[in-house]
Every structure is written in C-alpha cells, then in structure tokens.
Design a protein around this ligand. Structure first.
Ligand code: ZN
Length: 479
C-alpha cells in the first residue's frame, strides 16, 4: 500500500496506532479522545523525484473526524531538485490549542542518463580502418556535468563494417550508449593538382613546357607516378588545347585535372591597350624586366628616380629599345618633395635636366610619387597636389596615374601569383594603365611579367609605351 497512506501526525497518535490502540492520542502530555487530528499527504511517505525536475508539492488535507481542517495547515521546508538527497517538508496545524505536525521526505535522485552526442555523421565511409579518425563525441549529465572523459569507446569489425560503440555511465549508474557505423571502402579518388596555372597562354611558334601535375590518394599516398597525360598542344597552330592529367588508385578510382593551353597570335584583335608602367627604378631588376619586354616586343614606360652612373646603361637601353622614360622624381622622399611647390618642381627639373645632359632625352611624362591622389602630401603642405597638377601641365609636362595596380607595393614580397591575378583580372577593354615597380626587392614583379604579357596578348590586348597619343589618366586629387 504505497498510496494515500495516512500519516498519523501527532506523536501520541502515531505511537498509539503503532500499538494497535487507535482511539486515543497523546498530545503534549495529555490524553485526548480519538479521533485525533489527521494530516493526509497524498502519495508515498518517501517521494522520489528526479534531479532537476519541476517539483510540485502533493495535495495535503487535514481533518478531525468529519471536520475538514485543511485550511489551518502551514507548510515548512522546500525541495531544491538541484540538490541530491532527502528534503523534508513539514506540515503543521494548530487546532483547539494543540499543535500537530506531519513530515514527508522528498528524495531527489539522479534518474536521468547522460546525454551522449556524436560529432560528425553516425554513418561514415572511409577508405580503410587505418584512415578512420574519431570525429569526436560529448557526454553531458544533468547531475555530474561534463562526463565526456568517462565515455568508453569500443570497436567491432565485421567484413567491411566497423561499428564504434560509445558508452557512458553517470555516478548514479544511469547509462547511455550510441553507435557509429563506419563502412571501410575506398571510394575516394586521387586528388590531382596542377603545377602552374590552369590556363596557360603561349605565343604561337614558342614552345610549351608542361608544368605537370601531382596526384595524392587518401589510401595509396603519392600516385604522381601513375598520372597519364591526355591531349596535346600544337604551339604552331593558334587555338585552345586541353591537357588532362588522370591518376587511378589501387581500388580503381580515378581523379583528374585539366589545363587549358591557349596558343595565340598577338594583335589578332584589339580589345584594349595596356600601358605597363614601372616606378621607382632603375635597380638590379630593371635588366630582367627589359629582357622580358624585348623578348615579347612589348613597349613600356619607366617612371624613374635618380640613377647611379652604374645604372646609366639601363636608361640608355630603355631609350634604345623604344620605351618611354618618365620622371618619378629625383627623390622619392615625401617630406622633402611635397614641402612646397618649388621643392617639387626642382625635384622634377633635376631629373629632367640630367636625362637631357646624359642622353639628350627630353622627358615630359611625370608620375607623382604616391600618385596625384596621394593622401600623404597634405601632411606637409595642404593643397599642394591641386597646385602641382596644374603647374606641371602649364610647364609642359603631362602626369599619369594608373587604372590598375599590380599590388606589388602592398608588401615587401607579394607572391607572383597575386601580382599576376591582380593584373590579369583587372584588365578591362579600353585603356589600361598598370602600376608596377622595378625597384629593389620587387623580384616577383619581374617573375610575373612574362605570364601577364602572354595573358594580355592571348586576350586580345596590345601594349604601348606612353606617347603623345596616350589619353590622360588622372585620379581625383585628395588634399
Ligand atoms: Zn614611387
């Protein structure tokens, strides 16, 4: 009989009922006639509730004989279901000058198993058991907290199915279990990775050196040696060729990658003009830049700084090979050259006069250090760019900014591929003026140059050096 058991409340009544008398209660030392006051909690004497559950006190009534005394009851104590163990609720009633109490034990127990969760999929396929990497799991118990560290993991393999079983117990012995089913089958093809670019432009008549590819398989490792090449390139015939590199793993899965090789003839169409401009030279890199330009018949523009006697031959070579020599400045030091208008003009004329004296070359193209849009000069002389832009033109010079930056000045060493993609993705039909640098340390600019030229030619652009027909390329002035 677990339910609705009467709790005889007064000490005396309880004692007497226990003795089987049942008609007299002893209260505060007095004998009184039965029936005693009775307090009747519903439910068990010991009520078990789950930890962290919502506890609701049971309904309690009190009576003496047929008289309902429930309205006189007071309740003492409370149940915090976050605290494991016994909690006592005391019911008290005073009637006809006497006080009666009843108690109920509420026992809070951990009745819930930990919550076990798998990270990743419960069903997986991996190429081999040796390649199975546990994706992880967590176990959280409402009483014990994080019990992830107590999860035991066991493995059972049958044929090509590996069953991973995760089991965890909390301190109260509640258990949770999950499984992960891992199919062991190699369905992953090798990954084929191109060396070099995925689109290559080759000038008609030149040779194509295949940069090759590498292949790696998750199970077999490096399978580069198994690569087969499909497709050929005839560099004597304009066209678009595809070379496919294919590799198979031991299970027969094949992976592949393709490269497009575009054999072009320059000037086949003219969608735009590219003015390559090189600032801050000459340097040890200038010769390499000149060699690449010469090999491709490309004319460009060099906005130079003051040059040493040892570099004079480079300037001569620029002139001889049809490039334009422009003036960047005798000095590049912003604080000096933008101190005032006269300082700037002197900086221009010093270099203009040196070129005249050394080569009889009259340089009229200017590029302002930092560009006409530089935000630096105002720190030295506010408004100076507005005045200089007018003044250099009044004195017979033309200044050129750029439509497209190679980004090669964005860091000490900008990767070749970054420079290549900055320029090739930035080219637009019409006039392009590309900012590059042949200064000390800009090796990657020189490295990217050949491919940039091939890309531009291959996409129908022509190259020009700045001359009298070149349109003004001016930024907005910011001073
Ligand atoms: Zn510069």
């Amino acid at each position: 009989m677990k339910n609705k058991k009467w709790l005889m409340i007064s000490l005396g009544a309880a004692l007497l009922i226990a003795l089987g008398i049942g008609i007299v209660s002893l209260v505060k030392g007095y004998f009184i006639l039965a029936p005693s006051v009775q307090i009747l909690p519903q439910g068990d004497e010991v009520q078990v509730v789950a930890a962290h559950s919502d506890y609701t006190a049971p309904k309690v009534t009190a009576r003496k004989g047929n008289v309902d005394l429930t309205h006189l009851l007071t309740v003492g104590g409370s149940v915090d279901t976050a605290v494991l163990g016994d909690h006592t609720i005391t019911y008290t009633l005073t009637y006809e000058g006497k006080t009666y109490t009843a108690q109920q034990i509420v026992r809070v127990q951990d009745l819930d198993a930990p919550v076990l969760q798998l990270t990743g999929d419960a069903e997986m396929t991996v190429s081999a058991r040796s390649l199975y990497r546990e994706p992880g799991y967590t176990a959280q118990d409402n009483c014990d907290g994080d019990v992830t560290g107590q999860v035991s993991v066991t493995y059972a393999q049958k044929d090509d199915v590996l069953t991973v079983t995760y089991t965890v117990l909390d301190a109260a012995g509640n258990a949770a279990q999950l499984h992960r089913v891992v199919t062991l089958r190699d369905i992953v093809p090798p990954t084929v990775t191109l060396a070099g670019r995925d689109t290559v432009y080759i000038r008609c008549g030149r040779s194509f050196t295949d940069p090759g590819a590498t292949a790696a398989d998750d199970l077999d490792g490096d399978v580069t040696g198994k690569i087969t090449h499909n497709g050929s390139v005839n560099t004597d015939a304009v066209g678009t060729y595809t070379v496919t590199y294919e590799a198979a793993d031991a299970a027969g899965n094949t992976g592949s990658a393709s490269r497009k090789v575009i054999v072009y003839e320059p000037y086949s169409s003219a969608v735009g003009t590219v003015y390559l401009t090189f600032d801050d030279g000459p340097s040890y890199l200038t010769e390499e830049v000149l060699d690449v330009l010469a090999a491709n018949g490309v004319k460009a523009t060099f906005f130079i700084l003051d040059y040493s006697t040892g570099h004079r031959w480079l300037i001569q070579r620029m002139i001889n090979e049809g490039h334009t020599v422009g003036i960047h400045g005798y000095s590049h030091d912003y604080a000096t050259i933008y101190a005032n208008d006269e300082a700037f003009m002197q900086n221009i004329y010093l270099l203009r006069d040196k070129l005249l004296a050394d080569f009889g070359y009259n340089a009229t193209a200017i590029r302002f250090p930092g560009g006409s849009s530089n935000g630096i000069s105002r720190a030295y002389n506010e408004g100076i760019m507005t005045r200089l832009a007018q003044r250099v033109q009044q004195e017979g010079f033309r200044y050129f900014d750029w439509t497209l930056s190679s980004g090669d000045a964005a860091g000490s060493v900008v990767p070749t591929d970054t420079i290549y993609s900055n320029v090739t993705q930035g080219l637009q039909h019409g006039t392009n003026m590309v900012l590059m640098h042949d200064a000390y340390g800009k090796d990657t600019t020189a490295e990217a140059l050949q491919d940039i030229i091939d890309y531009a030619y291959g996409n129908g652009y022509t190259f020009r050096a700045i001359d009298g027909s070149t349109p003004d390329i001016h930024h907005g002035i910011l001073n």
